[in-house]
Every structure is written in structure tokens, then in C-alpha cells.
Ligand binder design. Structure first.
Ligand code: GLY
Ligand code: MN
Ligand code: MN
Length: 423
């Protein structure tokens, strides 16, 4: 932040779901990252202007409110349990604001997140400016703190990677439990329930994003979350589901054969996607970058699309013409962390940034052939396959967090056969 700076970071409020019931509270990832304070309606102020380095504005203790809605750390808890140097009730934020910023030469604040706070900030700066004859020199710069913060979040520390490993282990068990019941006549929501049950049973806060369980043609809808159809023998079932653990997302996709045996066209498409993921993973190492890894993955997918009869032509021409996008329309990777599509820039000065140790991202190629695609060979229509793993860059390569969930067809089949139910 440099010297004489003050940063204001706003936590999340409770969000209304319907009438007078709320969604479960989820703290802002930035706020959680900086404070660990996972309670609603808090604001943090960090400063390098000589005042207390870390101030928290929080909901104060309140016997009645806590009886209805649960424990609040309050002002004392903010200091004792969260290491705040100073704490104030959140209700006093607007009144306290001018004092908080009066010595700052530079302010870090994300405009547009909390409009009442934006207005207060601007009014406070204006007020200070009008008192310049009394020696006030208000900040003339408002900088977005996310540039600094998201660069920090992009690089996972060992403690964060350890949480992500534990999250991956929970997602593995959840996939196991869903794969066990991936059978003819079962409904997609039964598998979704098995996933959600395992996520919570093993200590996660729930799914990191709405679980996708798509049988048959539903696997060709990228964000299919209706999950209400019956599974049919011989179809594939795409499961994209990962737990959120201590704020960290895991994001895993496997495509399972309903009934436990890969057959026919489904197996052929599956093999192509698996080969593409293998090729992409083999290219993941420090110094390489995501667009190059994406290109490697796509080339293998294109070769497969040609051998399947989905496309015809040379790999180079098809790569240049974007023809493959009809069947592979999303990116291969995104950063992963406290958010499933995590923060951090993908470029530096308009150039793809090289991978460095500590970066975490997904590898998730797929092929999706729409049911009504009359150009596609008929036996391939309505097939969707994606295989997605989470990786962390190490000094000389990557750690694949999802190695425990099988991918090779024979291994998947054995896994689906041999799974006992959880007790
Ligand atoms: N589950 C969302 C994604 O794979 O990006
Ligand atoms: Mn996913
Ligand atoms: Mn993903």
C-alpha cells in the first residue's frame, strides 16, 4: 500500500432469499482472506498512516439478536479473537469515517460495492477539503485495493494448499458416493443429494457451486443444474461437483457411465477428452502459460473430433478456423481458490502470464454434441463429456489434487463396482 495509506474493505451482509428468510451467510472472499472474520455486516480498515494498523467495525454483542440469530464476537471478540487493534460498532461507521481517513494521502477502496459507503467516503473527502485552511490535506487518490489483494490471493500459501487438498479428498468421497448409485432408473437429484450429503458429513460448508448432475443429453448443457431427470442405462452422466471447505472451492468433473460400463460412442468420446486432458496436464509447469496449455489441449481434442467424424480437415486448419468451438466452447482453465472462478489476472501487460509455483487452476476439457446437431454423426448426438481436475503449480511441475478420483475407463468401472455405502 505504501506509506500514509488507508484501505477500506467491506464484508458481506446477509442476503434475503424470500419474504423473511435468508440465504446462509457467505463472507466476501477478500474479507475472509484478510480478516478471517466470517460474520455479516463488518468493515475492515487497514492503515499505514501511523494509526492502529487494523480496525474492525462489527455488529456489537446483543443478547436478544444473538438469541435469535446466533453468536456475535462483538468489539471485544474482534480484538481478542481476530487481532484487531481497534474495534467500533458498525452503526458508528458513517460518523467515524472522516476521522478514519483524515490523515491518508492515498485511499484504497473498491467503488461500487456499497453505494452508501461510496457516498460517505466522497462526502468525508469533500468535508476535509473544505477544512483545508485548518491543515487538512485529504487524499487525492482512490485506488482499487483488488489489484494488490487479488495478486496475493492468486499465490496459494502452503496452509491454503493444505485446505485445498483436504477439500479434494472430500470431493473424492462425494464422487464415490454419487458414482455408486449412478444406475438406470435413479434420478439426477439422488446423485446430487449423495454429493451434498457427503460434503456436509465430512465437514465442508456445502457445494462450492451448484452441483451439476447431467444424464444423457443434459451433459451437453454446460451449467445444467435442474438435476431432475431419470438416468438411463447406456447413457453417460456428467457430474461437476466440489465441496467448499473453510472457504476454498474444489471443482471436479467426472463423466460416469450409467450402469457402470463405458460402451460404444460414449466410450469413444470419453477417450478423446481423456487424451486431451492428459496432453494438457503434461504441459502444465512453471514458465508455461494457460493459453499455450489450452492450445495443446484443443489440438488433441481436434484430432479426436476428426477421428470421431465430428470434424474433417487438418488439425492446423481446424484450429485456426475455430471449427472445434461447436463442440468445445469453454476455456480449459480458470484460477481456483476462495472463489471457484478465482481472482487474479490472466495477463500481464496484455501478455499471458507465466505459471509460477503456488498458482492453482483447473484443467477441464470436454466435448458436447448437441442432440439436434444434424451435422454430427447420429450416434454421437446428445453426448457430453467433461473431465476436470484441480492442480497447483509446484517448483518443477504440478500437484494434481484429484489424482485419487479415477479417470481411465477401466479404473472408473472398477471404482463404480466396488464402492461400499458410507456408514
Ligand atoms: N463448475 C464450474 C466450472 O467448472 O468452471
Ligand atoms: Mn467444474
Ligand atoms: Mn471449473
Amino acid at each position: 500500500m505504501g506509506k500514509d495509506a488507508v484501505a477500506i474493505v467491506v464484508g458481506h451482509d446477509v442476503v434475503r432469499r424470500s419474504n423473511d428468510s435468508d440465504y446462509p451467510f457467505r463472507q466476501s472472499s477478500d474479507f475472509h482472506y484478510l480478516t478471517g472474520f466470517d460474520h455479516p455486516s463488518a468493515v475492515a480498515i487497514f492503515r499505514t498512516d501511523g494509526g492502529p494498523p487494523f480496525t474492525l467495525f462489527v455488529q456489537p454483542r446483543d443478547r436478544s439478536a444473538e438469541t435469535w440469530n446466533g453468536y456475535r464476537p462483538g468489539l471485544e471478540g474482534a480484538k481478542q479473537d481476530y487481532d484487531a487493534d481497534a474495534a467500533f460498532p458498525i452503526e458508528s461507521l458513517l460518523e467515524e469515517f472522516p476521522k478514519q481517513i483524515e490523515k491518508a494521502a492515498r485511499l484504497y477502496h473498491t467503488l461500487g460495492e456499497a453505494s452508501d459507503l461510496d457516498r460517505t467516503l466522497i462526502e468525508a473527502l469533500d468535508g476535509l477539503r473544505q477544512r483545508s485552511r485548518l491543515g487538512f490535506e485529504p487524499a487525492s487518490e482512490i485506488v482499487d485495493p483488488r489489484d494488490i489483494l487479488h495478486e496475493m490471493r492468486l499465490f496459494k500459501e502452503p496452509g491454503e494448499v493444505e485446505i485445498m487438498r483436504r477439500a479434494a479428498a472430500i470431493s473424492c468421497t462425494a464422487h464415490q458416493q454419487a458414482a455408486r448409485i449412478c444406475r438406470d432408473g435413479r434420478y439426477e437429484y439422488e446423485l446430487e443429494a449423495a454429493l451434498g450429503h457427503t460434503f456436509r458429513r465430512l465437514g465442508g460448508s456445502g457445494p462450492a457451486y451448484t452441483s451439476i448432475v447431467g444424464g444423457g443429453k443434459n451433459a451437453t448443457i454446460l451449467h445444467y443444474v435442474t438435476n431432475d431427470q431419470k438416468l438411463n442405462d447406456g447413457d453417460l452422466c456428467l457430474i461437476d461437483a466440489g465441496v467448499e471447505l473453510e472457504g476454498y472451492a474444489s471443482d471436479v468433473t467426472r463423466t460416469y457411465p450409467v450402469g457402470g460400463r463405458f460402451e460404444g460412442a460414449g466410450r469413444d468420446v470419453y477417450e478423446v477428452v481423456l487424451a486431451a486432458q492428459d496432453a494438457g496436464l503434461a504441459a502444465c509447469r512453471p514458465g508455461n502459460n494457460l493459453p499455450d496449455i489450452h492450445a495443446t489441449t484443443i489440438r488433441t481434442l481436434i484430432e479426436g473430433m476428426v477421428s470421431l467424424g465430428l470434424l474433417s480437415g487438418t488439425v492446423d486448419d481446424l484450429f485456426k478456423s475455430d471449427a472445434y468451438r461447436q463442440y468445445y466452447m469453454h476455456g480449459t482453465s480458470h484460477w481456483l481458490g476462495l472463489d471457484v472462478h478465482d481472482v487474479g489476472t490472466y495477463t500481464i501487460k496484455a501478455k499471458p502470464r507465466p505459471l509460477e509455483p503456488g498458482m492453482a487452476f483447473t484443467m477441464e476439457p470436454g466435448i458436447y454434441v448437441p442432440l439436434d446437431d444434424e451435422k454430427a454423426p447420429e450416434h454421437l448426438r446428445g453426448i457430453g463429456v467433461r473431465i476436470e481436475d484441480d492442480v497447483v503449480v509446484t517448483r518443477d511441475g504440478i500437484e494434481n489434487l484429484n489424482d485419487a478420483i479415477p479417470k481411465k475407463p477401466d479404473d472408473v468401472e472398477a471404482w463404480m463396482r466396488d464402492q461400499p455405502a458410507l456408514r
